[in-house]
Design a protein around this ligand. Structure first.
Ligand code: A2P
Length: 339
């Protein structure tokens, strides 16, 4: 049966991409309710040849315009305040923000890893979509964990500007333009703590007392929740001057020794994962080639020089799609199957 869909944050980077992915994955859509702030009310949104007017998100909008599924992608404080109104009006909420992720009553789902957790949605009416860096990483960890028993993960991320939404991407472009106008020194960043053009910023979100940032701790806590395992995870998250694909250098420590050939074979069969790993011919994943795709790409798969139970790899995925919109739509597909 076709479903009525609300998109909260329909004018944002992720909201717009959810529409593209719903269409690409052939999701059975009856109608779209695009929601945003008052400033966007009245704008047109097109979906499958039909025009829908953006409405202002209010407490009553879901009562007045009932929907079956509400995707929330307008920031944690908006989800905190408004998700309950969507649930009260009968919708399942698929939330892209960090607000509900660690709530023990809310399932946190990557359909390739823990689809069965979706069944818990009835407790609150909400299903949480993990952090973008977590999603692409667990898609790779899960099949290797099943085979070799994962004990610890060390990851360094190279995160694109898109993680900060449209404003983040626009700020990177503006900073590049300032560079070519010989005015980079005068550039005043507002979204990122420093100018991102020609720079790397080893801070995403705020620092906590233990020296890790909130973004890094999200990768730790969310990975454990999704894999249902008290795994050791340590992350260093870095913002890089790339527009929209996140990259990650991942080191995995296993209980068993790992045969690299076997690991490569497992990953090439893993759902939503594509292996590009032919270093002699300069073949490895790069953000330049992964935008607008729904797969997580891995390469540089290699055994540790010193320990046979340690494996290293390089992993790249489109942050707006795999890290947000595609995962959210895949959750909706699984939810449909189960209901
Ligand atoms: P708007 O465009 O009207 O500000 P991004 O992550 O790309 O920056 O997008 C954020 C999304 O969240 C946009 O669609 C934005 O709408 C929406 N949004 C921001 N603040 C609110 C709010 N107070 N009420 C509803 N939507 C909001």
């Amino acid at each position: 049966m076709k479903k009525r869909i609300a998109i909260v944050g329909a004018t944002g980077a992720v909201g717009e991409e959810i529409l593209n992915v719903l269409n690409e994955l052939d999701f059975p859509v009856e109608s779209i309710l695009p929601l945003a702030s008052a400033k966007s009310a009245g704008l047109d949104v097109e979906f499958r040849g039909k025009i829908y007017k953006v409405k202002e998100l209010t407490e009553n909008v879901f009562k007045e315009n009932p929907v079956d599924i509400a995707f929330f992608s307008a920031g944690g404080s908006i989800s905190e305040k408004y998700a309950k109104f969507a649930v009260e009006a009968g919708a399942v909420v698929i939330d892209n923000t960090s607000h509900f992720r660690m709530d023990s009553n809310v399932p946190l789902v990557v359909p390739e890893c823990n689809p069965e957790d979706i069944k818990e949605w009835k407790k609150t009416g909400i299903i949480a979509n993990p952090n973008c860096s977590t999603i692409q990483m667990v898609q790779v960890l899960k099949p290797l964990d099943d085979e070799f028993g994962l004990k610890r993960v060390d990851v360094s991320t190279y995160q694109a500007a898109s993680g900060a939404g449209k404003e983040g991407m626009e700020e990177l472009v503006a900073a590049m333009q300032s560079f070519f106008a010989f005015k980079l020194d005068e550039f005043k960043p507002q979204t990122f703590p420093y100018t991102l053009a020609l720079n790397l910023i080893p801070q995403i979100d705020v620092f906590t007392e233990n020296g890790y940032t909130k973004e890094e701790l999200k990768m730790v806590n969310e990975t454990q929740k999704i894999l249902h395992k008290k795994l050791e995870v340590s992350a260093t998250c870095v913002r890089v001057p790339v527009l929209r694909s996140h990259s990650e250098a991942i080191t995995m420590h296993f209980e068993k020794d790992v045969d690299v050939k076997k690991a490569r074979e497992i990953l090439s069969k893993a759902p939503s994962v594509k292996v590009i790993d032919d270093p002699q011919n300069k073949q490895y994943p790069m953000p330049l080639f992964t935008s607008d795709t729904n797969e997580t790409y891995v390469g540089r798969i290699r055994s540790d020089i010193n320990h046979k139970n340690i494996l290293h790899l390089w992993c790249v995925a489109d942050q707006i799609r795999v890290g947000a919109a595609t995962n959210a739509v895949r959750i909706a597909q699984k939810w449909l199957e189960l209901n």
